[in-house]
Design a protein around this ligand. Structure first.
Ligand code: FES
Length: 100
């Protein structure tokens, strides 16, 4: 497998003991993973999505980060917001309204 051009990290609130607790988990962030995976396929994006532990930006949760751009998004609570973020990624830009 080739390394993807973009890596999308979705906070799933895992702490060091493996327990998921935090704003992102409470707001259902992990549930967005299948949606993002399907969107990556539908759009033909050269990207991979991965869930992560707490990214220490809980007050802004749910948090999503895109690398190598180092673009941090907060308040990612709906599929519509994810669509806006992926639209921006496709266009080579940033969805400024959700940047943190
Ligand atoms: S729980 Fe997501 S940033 Fe802390």
């Amino acid at each position: 497998m080739e390394k993807p051009k973009h890596h999308i990290f979705v906070c799933a609130s895992f702490r060091a003991d493996g327990e998921a607790k935090g704003m992102c988990s409470k707001k259902g962030a992990a549930g967005f993973l299948p949606y993002i995976e399907n969107e990556i396929l539908d759009r033909g994006l050269d990207a991979q999505v991965t869930s992560t532990g707490c990214m220490k930006m809980c007050d802004n949760g749910p948090v999503l980060v895109i690398h190598p751009n180092n673009t941090w998004y907060g308040g990612v609570e709906t599929e519509e917001i994810i669509d806006e973020i992926l639209d921006a990624l496709e266009g080579g830009g940033v969805a400024e309204a959700y940047c943190i």
